[in-house]
Design a protein around this ligand. Structure first.
Ligand code: PMP
Length: 461
């Protein structure tokens, strides 16, 4: 086997990658035909690949590099912490300063009475924790029959057995025997695709009321919790109609169920507040956090629990924990990342500067013949591609016809935008500046032009 080095030609790296590295959410055999792009370095909102191309990363990696690439402060903190204490666990009556400091800071930032953090390594395992927490909580309250968790079709909560069951991705459920028992899915508030003749406001109310109907059908005595992303991310940045969350809030207040806000994408400034639930105006009982918590510099996630839940669980041993719960290096890096977000006023930047400017540029894309709607909150946005704007039509050749071509045209124009079906989505680093937003919009426009041309040439619209 050759020694893999940073200087190896791209084709050789790609061949070894295809031979030995199984990629997430990919058709592995495709890498034999066309190798993966090899990313070597990052700086701010920019990536540099093995061919020396400079690429604008409008996805912040996987929605996570909120403070941008190349932050020396985070490198220094990680180095210092690795020297001092690279690992110790937080089981068996031990703790360490990085975990204490991070949990304390998160309790300060989290809204309301969310003051207690159970750490994980990412969002999936944090959501697995949540399943166990809510079921165990109701058991401790003397209501062991409250085990059902209601979630949404096309929601994304992770890839482990539990979190993928919470998620409503049919393609995931089809592989590996999912969902696990006692997870119930209701419809998503995606007006563009599913709203029919209803106004967005009517549709938002109707979709929220599905929660109430589900509770009635399943029995309030059986339902433990409702979990949702304040704004669905991986489902295609589905921004719900304005009526949706206030109605969910009403239902949760009237019914004895817990609300879990999955803030893995929406948290840490993405929507122009610390957390997405503040943007949509609800107070959850549990928040799932990951990604922007460390800006992806270290793998870390967690569940922030309310006083009531934590105090109830605290009465007994909770038989749950991960080796890397509260990992000292990840915790120290996350804490430093939160300091950067605070000191550089990145949330104000999203709310007052980058967000409004990105919105203007994003909404201008609706002038393009392919773009039906452009939606954005803070710095997470999506455009819906359609062959006919007035009827909100889908492409006859199937979902993803235009999206996949558009993603490839973006890549060819050195712009990372992702596609979900025929929605193109963005979630750039929060540090993005107006001149970089201009580049993003200009490249997006070019990619749309090229996509349109291809679709016409191939008779796909
Ligand atoms: N929840 C949401 C809302 C997510 O977007 C993701 C990841 N995209 C997860 C959970 C899972 O997080 P991880 O990939 O860190 O396990």
């Amino acid at each position: 086997m050759p020694a893999v080095t940073n200087h190896m030609p791209t084709a050789e790296l790609q061949a070894l990658d295809a031979a030995h590295h199984i990629h997430p959410f990919s058709t592995q055999s495709n890498f034999e035909k066309e190798g993966a792009r090899v990313i070597k370095r990052g700086e701010g909102v920019w990536l540099f690949d093995s061919e020396g191309e400079k690429i604008l990363d409008a996805m912040a990696g996987l929605w996570c590099v909120n403070v941008g690439y190349g932050r020396e402060e985070l490198v220094e903190v990680a180095t210092r912490q690795m020297r001092e204490l690279p690992f110790y666990n937080t089981f068996f009556k031990t703790t360490h300063v990085p975990a204490i400091a991070l949990a304390t800071k998160l309790a300060e930032l989290a809204p309301g009475n969310l003051n207690h953090v159970f750490f994980a390594s990412g969002g999936s395992d944090a959501n697995d924790t949540n399943i166990r927490v809510v079921r165990h909580y109701w058991n401790m309250k003397g209501k062991p029959e409250k085990t059902i968790i209601i979630s949404r079709k096309n929601g994304y909560h992770g890839s482990t057995m539990g979190s993928a069951s919470l998620g409503g991705m049919s393609g995931m459920h089809a592989q590996g025997g999912l969902p696990i028992p006692d997870i119930h899915h209701i419809n998503q508030p995606d007006w563009w695709a599913e709203g029919g003749q209803l106004t967005p406001e009517e549709f938002g109310l109707a979709r929220a009321r599905e929660l109430e109907q589900a509770i009635d059908e399943l029995g309030e005595n059986r339902v433990a919790a409702f979990i949702a992303e304040p704004i669905q991310g991986a489902g295609g940045v589905i921004i719900p109609p304005s009526t949706y969350w206030p109605e969910i809030k009403r239902i949760c207040a009237e019914r004895e169920i817990l609300l879990i806000a999955d803030e893995v994408i929406c948290g840490f400034g993405r929507t122009g507040n610390w957390f997405g639930n503040q943007t949509v105006g609800v107070q959850p009982d549990i928040m799932t956090i990951a990604k922007g918590m460390s800006s992806g510099y270290q793998p870390i996630g967690g569940s922030i629990l309310s006083d009531e839940i934590a105090n109830t669980l605290g009465k007994d041993e909770f038989n749950h924990g991960y080796t890397y719960s509260g990992h000292p290096v990840a915790s120290a890096v996350a804490l430093e990342n939160l300091r950067i977000i605070e000191e550089e006023k990145l949330i104000d930047h999203v709310r007052d500067t980058a967000g409004p400017y990105m919105r203007k540029k994003w909404e201008e894309l609706t002038d393009h013949p392919l773009v039906g709607e452009a939606k954005i909150v803070g710095l997470m946005g999506s455009i819906a591609l359609t062959p006919d704007k007035s009827s909100r039509a889908a492409f006859a050749a199937g979902a993803g016809t235009a999206g996949l071509i558009c993603r490839e045209r973006c890549f060819a124009n050195n712009l990372v935008m992702r596609h979900v079906g025929d929605r193109m989505i963005i979630s750039p680093p929060l540090v993005i500046q107006p001149d970089e937003i201009d580049v993003l919009a200009e490249r997006a426009h070019r990619a749309l032009d090229e996509t349109y041309k291809r679709l016409k040439e191939e008779g796909l619209m």
